[in-house]
Design a protein around this ligand. Structure first.
Ligand code: PLP
Length: 483
């Protein structure tokens, strides 16, 4: 990774190793209009219109900036239904980067999860994972399976120096397999860069140990590599065994060891799509029939061919530490800035985004008040910044209908790769700081309309009183005529 030291060390900031050549104009509405837009969106940041958002920190999914070479590659896409050269080029890129022989396409990450659930999860079986992701769990429970989470305890502590908070608790994994009987375990899923607990990485050592436990017990090991690029940056920076390995060595090792690897190419590959790979032809055959059934023909699986070309180039670019380091370095900068202001953050900084510990930010609210969703609504009002609730609202209710309170109440501020400048991140930190100083004004939310499945996507909520108007009035009093 390029090492560029500033002459004045105290002025050192992350330095972009790319330049920006296409830009999009942004709009920042006055605070009174932001309150109105939040009402219209049912206090759900997913329901805001992008034109009303100044900094879109909802997700890193499909919104990373593409490189010039990715965009150029889209021009040669081969738009044939069968036997497409684009498919061959993507297969070649997967062979080069992961060293795998077989590939199934799907339109995005959750479509891969649908195929995995259909092929391997039987009613009454258990899927073990370090931590669930929303769509993964929804697909597994939809076909009658259950999810058991086995992340080590440090992973659920908001602040803990552990460099790999996403690691599995291996003794617990072994015990649970013994207790359940391996034949009742559908598969073990390792999620790189654990999304819902702060983008925290998993060590290579831990991934290999999990795969070993699976092998010993005759259980499938599946790697969700959607957030692998940030995870590999942390492996390289923090794990002695990875110091002398190239990024390609790490990817090959993982694909060699796991039975199946899948990923959302909206994240890994800086484009849009979904990929399942394996070196095991029998496993591929078990999943193959679901591709034409749910996705599209085997050469594109619902992906647009131009995106497939961009994934192929994006995967090769992932081998470059200058490229994959940019996200985590910017995130660390934002986390450090917020931490220096006293804002409770998930630490150490992970990948994907900066995660505010909404539970600690709003100690006067309980899980039942949906603190992470309330903080998300408040931050939009304070700065036109759109984060994503990653707390109780993002959970699904227990089978008996009772609320399942999330372990961590997080507001995630995603930092899509190569999209924001440092001054924009500084603005974001400034508005969060203002909100922190005025946190007593932030009140609870309650459901107005609660969908049964993946409710956080389109559920609507209401403030319990007029706290949002009071917050906007305080903003006006403090900032005068500022947007
Ligand atoms: C770890 C992980 N797995 C799976 C998915 C689902 O991918 P997609 O959004 O492409 O459906 C995501 C998306 O955020 C993710 O973070």
């Amino acid at each position: 990774m390029a090492n560029v030291k500033f002459y004045k060390p105290e002025e050192q900031v992350p330095l972009e190793l790319h330049k920006v050549r296409v830009v999009q104009k942004l709009f920042l509405l006055p605070v009174e209009e932001r309150v109105q837009k939040m009402v219209e969106a049912g206090n759900n940041t997913f329901l805001l219109q992008n034109k009303d958002v100044f900094m879109d920190m909802l997700t890193d999914s499909g919104v990373n900036a593409m490189s010039d070479n990715q965009i150029a590659s889209m021009m040669i896409a081969d738009d044939s239904y069968a036997g497409s050269e684009t498919c061959n080029r993507l297969l070649a890129a997967l062979e080069e980067t992961f060293g795998t022989k077989y590939f199934l396409p799907a339109h995005q990450g959750r479509a891969c999860e649908n195929i995995l659930a259909e092929a391997f999860v039987k009613p009454g079986t258990f899927t073990l994972m370090n931590y669930h992701f929303t769509t993964t769990k929804a697909h597994i429970t939809r076909v009658g399976g259950s999810v058991i989470e086995l992340v080590k305890s440090a992973g659920l502590e908001p602040v803990n120096d552990d460099p790999f908070k996403g690691d599995f608790d291996i003794p617990r994994l072994e015990q649970v397999i013994k207790d359940l009987d391996p034949k009742n375990v559908a598969f073990v899923r390792i999620e790189a860069g654990t999304n819902l607990i702060g983008g925290q990485p998993v060590s290579l050592q831990n991934m290999l140990e999990v795969a070993e436990v699976c092998k010993k017990n005759g259980i499938l090991s599946i790697l969700d590599a959607s957030l692998l690029q940030d995870n590999m940056y942390f492996m390289k920076m923090r794990e002695p065994m990875c110091k002398d390995m190239s990024i390609k060595d790490i990817m090959h090792k993982l694909a060699d060891t796991m039975d199946i690897v899948y990923f959302s190419a909206r994240k890994l590959g800086f484009a849009r799509g979904g990929v399942i790979i394996s070196n095991n032809e029998d496993l591929i055959l078990k999943m193959k029939e679901f591709v034409p059934l749910y996705e599209g023909f085997l050469t594109y699986g619902g992906m647009e061919v131009r995106s497939m070309e961009a994934i192929a180039v994006g995967l090769r670019e992932t081998l470059d530490m200058d490229i994959i380091s940019q996200g985590p370095i910017f995130i660390e900068h934002l986390v450090n800035e917020l931490d220096s202001y006293g804002v409770p953050m998930i630490k150490p900084a992970g990948g994907l985004g900066a995660h505010i510990n909404a539970g600690a930010f709003l100690p006067h609210l309980s899980h039942a008040d949906y603190p992470a969703a309330a903080l998300g609504a408040a931050l939009y009002i304070a700065g036109g910044i759109r984060g994503m609730e990653r707390g109780t609202m993002s959970e699904q209710r227990n089978p008996d209908g009772s609320e399942r309170y999330s372990e961590l109440e997080l507001l995630r501020l995603a930092v899509p790769r190569r999209v924001f400048t440092l001054s924009q991140l500084k603005y974001c930190a400034d508005r969060v700081k203002w909100l922190f100083d005025n946190r007593d004004l932030i009140g609870a939310l309650k459901w107005e309309n609660e969908p049964a499945v993946l409710r956080f996507f389109f559920g609507r909520m209401q403030p319990v009183d007029d706290w949002q108007l009071k917050l906007a009035q305080k903003f006006r009093a403090d900032f005068g005529d500022s947007l």
